[in-house]
Design a protein around this ligand. Structure first.
Ligand code: MG
Ligand code: MG
Length: 621
């Protein structure tokens, strides 16, 4: 495993699921340099600290920190004396573990004295005892510490103690969760900053302790200014490890390898953002070149028939593979039934489904270089002679993301690899992919947000909670600044919602709808109706409510209702959209028209989901 450039990277064992042995194996396999040993993990391990040391050595992992040592400083006697004895026992463990640094977090006990001089004297005494064994002590301000809860206060105490074996530990969560000023960290003497822990978190208004224990996440997954914090750390000249200390219920339940890879990816990305070793920049994206469906012969026929009802036509066949191209305006859909391909593998796992999407970029090589630096290896698909090689990476759910750049010859991938059919001139106005929505298994939102944010520079939009008749859906779209690539991510906590049923039927994450933008969706909807397209019927009550909500004219309302169009509005514009029924209960299409509107019709999602749930219930009755 090649190590990442920049500062050494570590992860606290508490971040990962599994036994201590599994945690160490995973951290090493993913490429971390070291692990913080959390005492609880050591207590649950049925071997000695020396055996942990041996395992870490065998894996090439350092142990830069042992933690936590709680409720130490400024206690009245006799607790003070007992605490020093307790420290000696931890020093024994540290020596067996082969780590020289212990984290002391600020005291939370009601009986702790509000006395900085006593705190400094106690820490100096502990540091003196540590120094006799060649060990060191780092002091960290917990955001909920009884008397010490800010890094600057902990630093004052460390300065007053004035012992070479005592230093400061900072943790981005404890500082950023209090909106504390971190600029002063840049002026710390680097040799007194013993260790740096990084964690992000979503903005939540709740007790800071509960927030920290359950909702921390990796840098780039939350809303805190971790890059700014790290910039201050790097500015002071700190050269020690960057370590992840994340308490998160989903991470502790999720697959350890995925969590660890996300963790290392987040550290590499945030270090670059904070002025560390640079990464190739995120690629500008110019929309979707195509979406690819994995099918077999039978489902391919059925899907082709479904698409034709939606106005798509067959535009070509692959020169050497069982692959067909369907088109509607600028929307290219590829139906891949080739055996022994990535698509075939995907089909065996998930059935007929979107197995790949292709994004238009200026420089695919640069995009791949960034993805590789962020631990996404390039995917190599078999190509025939004379066929265009299209580089790709895998998204966290296994979907392939192809990167299509303009060829110097001016020829398109379709001209290179397909026998194109003569297309009849069609007047359909603009048709292009507006957004591709994915359903994710519960607990995976953070992982996808991090992937799209770091690898492709997409930004997360506001989180929506959408009421399905059988449970709540949480939805967050990732998009580029231009709005040419938009990927709403939907998670259901319940298996009974339409989204939850999709995830179960599908055995994982996957695309559950594709929205096509039209510049005149009323015309598109009328043409679809005319052609007998399978459109989702919207209950009449919806239109009564719409009239009350937006004060639409009767004629406008009647037109919407006749075409089963939904309507929404925001500060910047209007939105009209219509849904198809789903293909084999798997995915569906949406036709949308944005007039300056930036959302996804969240206000209408409950109506859509209720209509779909009704169809599902009717079908299974
Ligand atoms: Mg910490
Ligand atoms: Mg949509």
């Amino acid at each position: 495993m090649t190590r990442s450039p920049g500062l050494p990277k570590a992860i606290a064992t508490v971040c990962l699921s599994g036994t201590l042995v599994e945690k160490l194996d995973t951290a090493a396999a993913i490429g971390f340099d070291g692990v913080e040993i959390f005492e609880a993990d050591l207590l649950a391990f049925d071997g000695s600290p020396a055996e942990v040391r041996q395992m870490a050595d065998g894996l090439g992992l350092s142990i830069p920190l042992f933690q936590p040592f709680r409720d130490f400083e400024a206690m009245p006697e006799p607790q003070r004396r007992r605490n020093l004895d307790r420290a000696e026992r931890k020093f024994d463990v540290m020596q067996a573990l082969g780590t020289d640094l212990i984290l002391v977090c600020s005291n939370v006990q009601p009986s702790a004295l509000d006395d900085d001089a006593r705190a400094a004297a106690d820490l100096a005494e502990m540091a003196e005892r540590a120094a006799r064994r060649g060990l060191r002590v780092g002091f960290e301000a917990l955001a909920w510490g009884r008397h010490v809860n800010r890094w600057s206060h902990a630093w004052k105490i460390v300065q007053a103690a004035n012992h070479p074996a005592l230093g400061l530990i900072v943790d981005s969560f404890h500082t950023l969760s209090l909106d504390d000023d971190f600029a002063g960290i840049a002026a710390l003497p680097a040799e007194k900053l013993f260790f740096v822990q990084l964690a992000d978190a979503p903005r939540l208004s709740m007790d800071v302790l509960a927030w920290s224990r359950h909702f921390r996440n990796f840098p780039g997954q939350g809303a805190l200014d971790v890059p700014g914090f790290l910039r201050a750390v790097l500015a002071c000249g700190y050269r020690g490890p960057l370590s992840l200390e994340i308490f998160n219920d989903d991470f502790r339940a999720g697959p350890a390898r995925m969590t660890a890879r996300d963790g290392l990816r987040s550290l590499i990305a945030v270090e670059a953002e904070a002025g560390g070793p640079a990464l190739p920049p995120p690629p500008p994206l110019h929309g979707f070149e195509f979406l690819e469906f994995a099918v077999d012969e039978a489902s391919g026929e059925a899907l082709a028939g479904f698409l034709e009802k939606l106005g798509f036509h067959e535009a070509g066949t692959h020169r050497s593979k069982a692959v067909r191209l369907y088109r509607h305006g600028d929307v290219n859909l590829v139906l891949n039934a080739e055996q022994d391909s990535a698509a075939a593998e995907y089909f065996h796992l998930h059935g007929p489904s979107v197995c790949a999407m292709a994004l238009r970029v200026d420089d695919a090589g640069q995009a791949i270089a960034r993805a590789k630096a962020l631990l996404c290896p390039e995917w190599q698909e078999r190509t025939g002679s004379g066929e265009r090689h299209i580089p790709a990476v895998r998204a966290p759910d296994g979907t392939l993301i192809y990167l299509v750049q303009p060829d110097p010859s001016g020829r398109s991938i379709w001209q290179d690899d397909f026998n194109l059919l003569q297309e009849a001139a069609q007047d359909v106005g603009t048709m292009r992919v507006d957004h591709v929505a994915q359903a994710l298994p519960s607990g995976r939102m953070d992982s996808f947000v991090l992937f799209y944010r770091t690898v492709f520079g997409l930004q997360p939009e506001q989180l929506w909670e959408l009421p399905d008749p059988h449970g709540l859906i949480r939805s967050r779209a990732m998009r580029n600044a231009e709005g040419t690539v938009r990927l709403p991510l939907n998670i259901s906590e319940s298996r009974e919602t339409v989204t939850g049923r999709f995830v179960s039927a599908y055995a994982g994450a996957g695309v559950h709808h594709i929205a096509v933008a039209s510049d005149d969706v009323r015309r598109t909807a009328a043409a679809l109706r005319e052609a007998g397209a399978p459109m989702l019927q919207i209950p009449a009550n919806y239109y009564d409510d719409l009239a009350a909500r937006w004060g639409l004219e009767d004629a406008a309302l009647t037109e919407l209702q006749d075409l089963d169009l939904l309507y929404d509005r925001d500060e910047t514009g209007e939105f009209r959209h219509a849904y198809t029924t789903s293909f084999a209960d798997r995915f569906f299409f949406e036709f949308v028209e944005r007039r300056g509107y930036e959302g996804y019709g969240a206000a209408n999602a409950s109506v859509r989901m209720a209509a779909q749930a009704q169809r599902l219930a009717a079908a299974s009755a």
